[in-house]
Structures are given as C-alpha cells and as structure tokens.
Design a protein around this ligand. Structure first.
Ligand code: NAD
Length: 696
C-alpha cells in the first residue's frame, strides 16, 4: 500500500511512501509536460522537503523522473530571461541552493534515479542526492549547459560537480556545458551504476537499503563511486597543482572564446576563489557571479537565442500544428555525394529509413564506406555499442535506380548543381513516386520554382537546403517558391525540427539567405587583399570578432570552385551587386581549390596552414597591384569593412522579405554561418550598431 502526500500543486511533483518506509518523490511535470524547476515546482519541492525533515516513518528517499524520457529539463529559461535585478537574482539562486542543501541534509539517505534528460537545475538537484543511478538508455543524457546561456550553475552545481567527480573531470562539463552520457557518468563516479531503465527502481532501492544499513554503522556520506587517479588527486588536493590547473584552463578558455564570453572565466574565478573555503562562501561566490553575468548583454543575447530557437516561440509555420501534416518515416535521398551521404547519415541516426540512390555504383560504395565509419564514430562518441551501429546502418538501403522510391514520404534531391540534370531527375521521380510524396531539392542556388515545374506536383515541392557537413550544421533553409502549398512547407519545417535542425523559411531568391550574405562578405575579403591586406590579418580580424574562421580559411574549406559557382550565379542577378574577382577565377583555373586540393589561399600539409605570399598571389593574378592601402588598416578597420558589407546585404535580405523576420535572420546567420552568438545574430547586431533596415 502507498500513501500520498499532496504537494502545494497536486500534479507536480508527487510524494509517496511505501509500507517499508521508503519515500518516492516523482518529478511530475504539469499537463504531461517535462518537469522543469519553475517557481511553482520549487515551492512545491520546498514544502515536500520541509515535510520530510521530521518524518520518523521514513527511512530513505528516492527521487525519480516521471516523463518517459525526462528526469528534469532544468530551470525555467523564460523566468531567467526576465531577471535583471542583481538582488532578485541572488535571492532566487539562494533559494535553490537552500532547497538542494535541505535535500542533502535530510536525516536519511537520498538516491536519485535518472532516466532521460537531466539538465541544468535537474542535475544540480541530483548532485545534492547522496548517490545517483543512471539508466543506460540512449535517451539518458546529463549536462550543466548554463555557460551556453552566458551564466553558470548557481544552485550549487558549480560547487558540487567537482566535489562528486573531481575538479579535473568536472571542468570540461562546467566550461562547455557538454553532454555526459551514462557510461561516462559511471566511469567518472557521478553514477553508482547504469542499469537498464526497467531495473532502475529495483537497483536504486537495493542501493538505498545498503546506504541505510551503512548509516546504522555510522557511515553517513554516499557510497564511494570512483577511484581518483594520481592527477585527479593532485588537482583536487594539492593547492599549487589546483592553481596551475585552473590557470591552464583559463588560458585555454581565453584562447577558445577570445575573451568574448564572460561566463566560463567567471566560473573559473568562482572555483579559484572558493577552493578550500566553506560551502557557504562557495555558494555566495556562485550567486554573486550569476548576479553579474545574467544582466549582461552576452547572457541576454544567448538566452534570447535559446528562446527564439524554440518552435513554440517562433510562431507561424514553425509552431503551427497543421491537421494534415504527414509524419515523414521513409526518405529517398537522390545523389550519394558529399551532401547526399551527410543527409543520409543524419536521417538514419535520427531513426528514419533511407534509400540512397546514385546511378554510379562506385559512388554508392564510397558512400556506404564513409557512412559506416561515420556512424561507428558517432555511436562510439555516445559510448554506444555494436548493436546500435548495426540497427542504425540497417535503416539504410542503397540503389542505383529510382524503382525503390515508390514508398517514400519525401525525396531529398542532392545531385550536382546542373539545372538540366536536376530537371531530368525531377521528371524521372514524378514517374515513380507515390501520389503524396514530397520532393525537396538541396540546391544551393537554383530556382526551386523552375525545378518544381518539372514535376506533376509543384505544390508539393520545396527547397531543403542543408549545409555541409549536414549531420553537424544546425541550419536548414526551407525554400518557399510561389506555388508551394502551406501544408508542404509546414511538413518540411516540422520534419527539419524533428531531426534536430533549426529551419528558417526563406523565399526562392538567388542563393537564399546564408550564401547570399556570404558571397559579398567573402569577396570583400578578396578586395581587401587586392588593397594590400594580408590573408592572415584579415582572417584574424574575423576570428577576433568570434567568427569560427576567417573568410580566406572559409573559402578554402568550402572550395574555391563552389565560391566561384555561387559568385557566377549571383553575378547574373541584378541588385545583388556581386562581381567575381579575377583572383578567384585564376586560382580556380589553376586548381587551387582550397583544402581538398591541398592548396588555396593557404597551403595545407602536415604543419600549420601557410598563407600564400603577396608575390605568389600576383603570379596567380597579375592585375593585383602593389598598393598597400589596406595593409595600413588595423584589425578593427578590416573587420569594419567586412561587417559593413555583411550588414548591407543583411539589410537587403530584410527589405526583400527573403526571410520572414529579423529573428529569422539572426538564427540563419548564427546557425548557418557561425555569426557569433554573443552578438545575438546579424539583425540584432545591426540594430545595436545602428544599422536600421528601412523596412523595420
Ligand atoms: P557531389 O558532386 O559530391 O555529389 C553528387 C552525386 O550525385 C554524385 O555522387 C553523383 O554520382 C550523383 N548523381 C549524378 N547524377 C545523378 C542522378 N541522375 N541521380 C542520382 N544521383 C546522381 O555534389 P554535392 O556537393 O553533394 O552537392 C549536391 C547538391 O547539394 C548540389 O545541388 C549542391 O549545390 C548542394 N549543396 C552542396 C553543398 C556542399 O558544400 N557540397 C552544400 C549545400 C548544398
């Protein structure tokens, strides 16, 4: 028999006690939603924990999730977004710290049973338990992602994670917000064990009984779950080693973030100043750091990007639930080249069935090999095993003709960017596809309307522009041509979301959004070069702003042939104002195509890439003169020229309604070209730097 103690809100969270005196706290979300630590949930937990403090009929507590695949989704980001008063921030932080400390100080052992997502505040809660068991399911993942919102875990997590797994192991998780998978949680000592989900409660109770028994013998801490190595011991226990390790981490953080993101540095500062201090002091340091970070512009931008990326906050087709939206289970990917392979990998990893078609069997053999090794690598990274690799690869079928595509819900065409070839493929597909199948082209630049005209279903055709590498790049441009029906677009938007991408709807304009912005930006870099600037200085200026790589390194990565192709395409479009520089043409002609050719603006080899000298560049293109105008410009002036071009093009993209909103431009630039998140995205950066679009 179980008895139930109602919380302040009966539906969240729920406390029961069984006849053996074990209490079970279930983190139940409201109305079937995942459990989040909003103010109501915190109040309810406070009431429950207070009620437990004097219960002599309880011997131990189990905390578990209720949702199928969520333990706790973390704090309420909407509430975080509203906070800017430092006193209020410190008060909220203190409240969480006190609640979790009260759990830690309960007069009986507490075990957290984690299955599914355990994020942020949820992990901080679990860290306050005396032991944790983590299910071995692939859905189970733990993280303290606060730095990604420009803040730090300040409900005790910054203090407790290093206590539980050691400073050395904790730092990467604290500083990057990266995900910890079950077997890693076990090997680092965060979890006592990783049983299958079905055995979590049984094993949890056994562990709890053992802890209750240990308490009878005077042992009050949690059971030991790790054996620190010698380096862990030194970093944790020997002050000079701790200081040296934190200093090393600080140098690394400064190098990686270029000082643009204050949260990881603030976190290191909390750890440094809190070393060997009381819990009270360390918690105070956490609170003070949070109160400094949260009102800052970087955190405001990162929190805002997080919220604006959520389908529910984006409105329109991103959030709308169309009654007729078909779920996409079977996808035909046509073309097994760079993009087709990447898209196929992404889809099978997301559980979809894929038929990859290419008329050239060598292309299929290459694709199959590279897919196998990519899937093995990805599964290994998640610490999954052979069964998962096999199950993933079993979802892939290969074919040299279109005959197996009749049952597909969606076709993604990824054949070379040659209009007549794509048109032929579209015509052939029409003959074999089922009546309701959708066709999407991965074209980077061609008119989707023109391709749609080569099918029997123009309304059910759209662009689905993935970026390279498809499994990694978060953006997908969903291209809407005039004849596309809303249901098709809604289906593709939802499909992109379901495979973990951020879709941005855009019109069927030349080069869509990201390439349209990138082309003039890259060409401005070439014109800086022509004006006398150095390749490395221009690249360094862009990286110093927070872009992942400079424009020359980017051109080498994308391939100069691809850059040339996009430029040529945009050249023919009035208003865009792109004029292909002779240098790019000359380099492409000479086979200096970038990384894939071992040579582009840089030479690639075993050592660090080395830029071509000015003399060498003049040899490629004698029209380059020796003027040294831009050579005298400092990094800031070079950056200003690059950003000015980007902002001007951004303004045009908004004026021409190529995207639906400034938010979409922000998301497209952050997720598609790595525009630095600390800025809030290109549109936000333009507004804050007084680049006002006339249409806004
Ligand atoms: P790719 O040359 O690497 O691969 C194209 C594949 O299509 C080849 O394997 C070829 O054998 C196959 N193919 C040729 N004719 C075919 C047919 N009739 N039916 C089926 N397959 C056929 O090209 P890619 O780089 O993967 O580009 C594919 C598309 O994706 C292009 O439209 C390109 O513009 C776009 N795209 C490319 C990138 C990129 O960085 N490579 C990025 C975004 C979009």
């Amino acid at each position: 028999m179980t008895t139930s103690t109602p919380a302040t809100r009966p539906e969240t969270p729920r406390l029961e006690r069984d006849e053996s005196g074990i209490a079970i706290l279930t983190l139940e979300g409201r109305d079937g939603h995942p459990f989040i630590l909003d103010l109501d949930a915190v109040s309810a937990l406070e009431a429950i924990v207070e009620s437990l403090e004097d219960r002599e009929d309880i011997r131990g507590l189990v905390i578990r999730g209720a949702g199928t695949d969520v333990f706790c989704a973390g704090a309420d980001v909407d509430a975080i977004a509203e906070m800017s008063d430092p006193d209020e921030i410190m008060e909220t932080s203190a409240r969480g710290q006190e609640l979790f400390s009260a759990i830690e100080e309960l007069p009986f052992p507490v075990v957290a049973l984690i299955h599914g997502a355990c994020m942020g505040g949820g992990l901080e809660l679990a860290l306050a338990a005396h032991a944790r068991l983590v299910s071995d399911a692939t859905a189970t993942r733990l993280a303290l992602p606060e730095v990604r919102l420009g803040i730090l875990p300040a409900w005790g997590g910054t203090t407790r994670l290093p206590e539980v797994i050691g400073l050395k192991a904790a730092l990467p998780y604290l500083l990057t917000g990266r995900t910890m998978y079950p077997s890693r949680a076990r090997s680092l000592g965060l979890a006592l064990e990783c049983p299958p989900k079905e055995l979590l409660m049984t094993r949890g109770r056994q562990r709890l009984e053992a802890m209750i028994e240990a308490r009878h013998h005077g042992h009050h801490g949690g059971p030991a779950s790790r054996e620190p190595g010698i380096v862990d011991y030194l970093v944790d226990e020997i002050p000079p080693a701790t200081r040296a390790y934190l200093a090393l981490a600080e140098r690394q953080v400064k190098k990686e973030t270029r000082g643009l993101y204050p949260a990881p540095l603030a976190l290191l500062d909390v750890l440094r100043r809190g070393r060997n201090k009381s819990r009270e002091t360390r918690f105070r340091l956490e609170r003070e750091a949070l109160a400094r970070l949260l009102p800052g512009s970087v955190s405001k931008h990162l929190v805002s990007i997080f919220r604006r990326s959520r389908p529910k906050d984006r409105g329109g087709l991103y959030a709308k639930k169309f009654a007729g939206v078909r779920s996409i289970r079977r996808v035909g990917v046509v073309g097994a080249g760079v993009m087709g392979r990447g898209i196929a990998q992404l889809l099978i990893e997301k559980g979809l069935e894929v038929r990859l078609v290419d008329p050239f069997s060598e292309a299929l053999v290459r694709a199959s090999r590279s897919l196998r090794s990519a899937v093995e690598k990805a599964v290994r990274r998640r610490r999954g095993g052979r069964v998962e690799v096999r199950a993933t690869l079993d979802r892939l079928m290969l074919g040299t003709d279109y005959s197996g595509l009749a049952a597909a819900d969606l076709i993604i065409e990824a054949v070379p960017e040659i209009p007549s070839l794509k048109e032929k493929v579209f015509e052939s597909l029409t003959e074999v596809l089922g009546e309701h199948a959708l066709i999407a082209s991965n074209t980077s630049s061609l008119s989707v309307a023109a391709l749609a005209a080569h099918t029997d279903r123009p309304g059910r055709v759209a662009g689905l522009h993935f970026f390279n590498p498809a499994p990694k790049m978060p953006l997908v441009e969903v291209v809407r041509h005039d004849g596309a029906d809303e249901l098709t677009l809604a289906t593709l938007v939802q499909f992109a979301q379901s495979i973990g991408k951020t879709p941005v709807l855009c019109s069927d304009a030349p080069a869509f959004v990201v390439n349209r912005l990138l082309a003039p930006y890259l060409l401005e870099a070439v014109s800086l070069l022509a004006d006398g600037a150095e390749i490395t200085t221009v690249d360094a200026a862009a990286r110093g702003f927070g872009l992942p790589m400079g424009p020359f390194a980017l051109m080498d990565t994308v391939g100069l042939d691809v850059v040339l192709h996009v430029c040529r395409h945009l050249e023919s479009v009035p208003d865009v104002g792109v004029s292909t520089p002779d240098l790019i043409v000359a380099m492409a002609d000479k086979g200096l195509l970038g990384k894939k050719a071992g040579m582009g603006f840089y030479r690639y080899g075993k050592r660090r890439p080395r830029p071509h000298t000015r003399k060498e560049l003049i040899a490629f293109d004698p029209t380059l003169d020796e003027s040294h105008f831009a050579a005298r410009l400092g990094r800031q002036a070079l950056l200003d020229r690059l950003l000015t071009v980007l902002a001007k093009e951004g303004e045009r993209v908004l004026d021409e309604n190529i995207v639906e909103s400034r938010d979409d431009l922000d998301l497209a630039t952050i997720y598609g070209m790595g525009f630095p998140p600390w800025t809030g995205g290109l549109a936000t950066w333009m507004r804050e730097n007084h680049w006002e679009s006339e249409s806004s």
